[in-house]
Design a protein around this ligand. Structure first.
Ligand code: GZL
Length: 357
């Protein structure tokens, strides 16, 4: 009897090996929304780091600016028993309950960008982001130095603040930075109006400000997208944005410096000064997770070093709280170089801060 080999071939059961993917570190990321160029760059930075190739599975959720959606996604992450939860919180308050649930589930929570205002700071593992009040103070100090260099009395600076999302750490800090200078130097603060960090709301806010305050000569936009809207609103009624505020121009100040358009506006004099707010938190969050995985100590708070950009040659540095900060005078070459950095997402520039965790 000739056994056909095939008929008697022992069914070799494939040893079901766990697919590689089961060793991935699962990260649930609740992103607050997609309101600005900064936010898009921040999302891109996180997605480009937390890949399967790098050993992660990212579960990403866009909360569309609603904290309720963020809380729902955090609860979903808990249900899915992720290894880490990362939250970019839309505003500071209202996080205690859901962070307690994550803590009870023994899931480390990393807060990125804006802060959470909680009763017990053990409810989150660590935070990485910007010093927003310093960003605001640097901008306001730059404005004061500009007025001094150009013989403009501070009381002749008629300034309005188009604020970011009310209750967001970036808005709170930048607003406080300007308020400090109004107190310190005597700028005429006309108004603080919400701009939601968007171009559309920046346009609307600027339209009303131009109607309500004909003598306005400086606009403090709490991000570049608001500034883009404010510039369009000024130009729509024939006002010129620039730095010659003694002759009717309107000076635009802004924050972020992410999109090339914003830095080009500085080169062209449409925006007088931009306070950098660096969105590339992906590598920073990843290094925190790597340290936690290796049971290494981490800082509870990690602040990012940031620059301030202007095309004006008269102000090379600023002194804030006994610390000197250089002002980067923008050139086309610098802008080109910076855009390359942003394209590769390598610009981390993190400065380890305060007490170890
Ligand atoms: C700042 C970030 C702000 C940006 C805005 O870290 O929270 O939110 O400045 C963004 O562009 O919308």
């Amino acid at each position: 009897m000739i056994l056909s080999f095939s008929s008697c071939k022992k069914e070799v059961k494939e040893e079901k090996t766990e697919p590689e993917t089961d060793n991935l570190i699962v990260v649930g990321f609740s992103q607050l929304g997609a309101e600005s160029d900064w936010r898009a760059a921040n999302t891109e930075s996180m997605k480009s780091v937390f890949t399967e190739k790098n050993g992660y599975r990212l579960i990403f959720d866009d909360a569309q600016q609603k904290q309720a959606n963020q809380i729902t996604s955090v609860r979903n992450f808990i249900q899915q028993e992720v290894d880490y939860i990362v939250i970019a919180p839309v505003t500071e308050k209202g996080w205690d309950t859901v962070l307690k649930e994550a803590k009870d589930a023994n899931i480390p929570v990393i807060i990125v960008d804006r802060r959470v205002d909680v009763s017990d700071e053990s409810l989150f593992t660590c935070w990485v982001g910007s010093d927003f009040e310093l960003e605001g103070k640097k901008m306001a100090e730059w404005l004061y130095r500009f007025t001094a260099e150009h013989d403009i009395a501070p009381e002749d600076v008629h300034i309005a603040n188009i604020q970011g999302t009310i209750g967001a750490t970036a808005q709170i800090g930048r607003t406080n930075g300007l308020r400090w200078a109004v107190e310190e130097y005597g700028f005429d603060l006309l108004a603080e109006v919400p701009g939601e960090f968007t171009k559309a709301r920046g346009y609307e806010a600027m339209e009303s400000l131009l109607a309500d305050y004909p003598d306005i000569n400086v606009v403090y936009c709490e991000n570049d997208n608001e500034a883009f809207g404010a510039i369009e609103a000024c130009e729509a009624v024939g006002r010129i944005v620039g730095t010659d505020i003694q002759n009717g121009e309107i000076m635009i100040l802004s924050f972020d410096g992410v999109k090339e358009e914003a830095l080009t506006d500085v080169l062209e004099g449409k925006i007088a000064c931009i306070g950098e707010c660096n969105p590339l938190h992906g590598p920073r969050v990843e290094s925190l997770i790597a340290r936690l995985e290796a049971d290494q100590s981490i800082s509870k708070y990690t602040y990012v070093d940031e620059e301030i950009f202007s095309a004006d040659e008269s102000i090379e540095s600023l002194l804030i709280d006994n610390t000197v900060y250089n002002v980067i005078r923008l050139t086309p070459e610098y802008v080109e170089e910076r855009m390359e950095l942003f394209n590769v997402g390598s610009y981390t520039n993190t400065n380890q801060s305060q007490d170890a965790y």
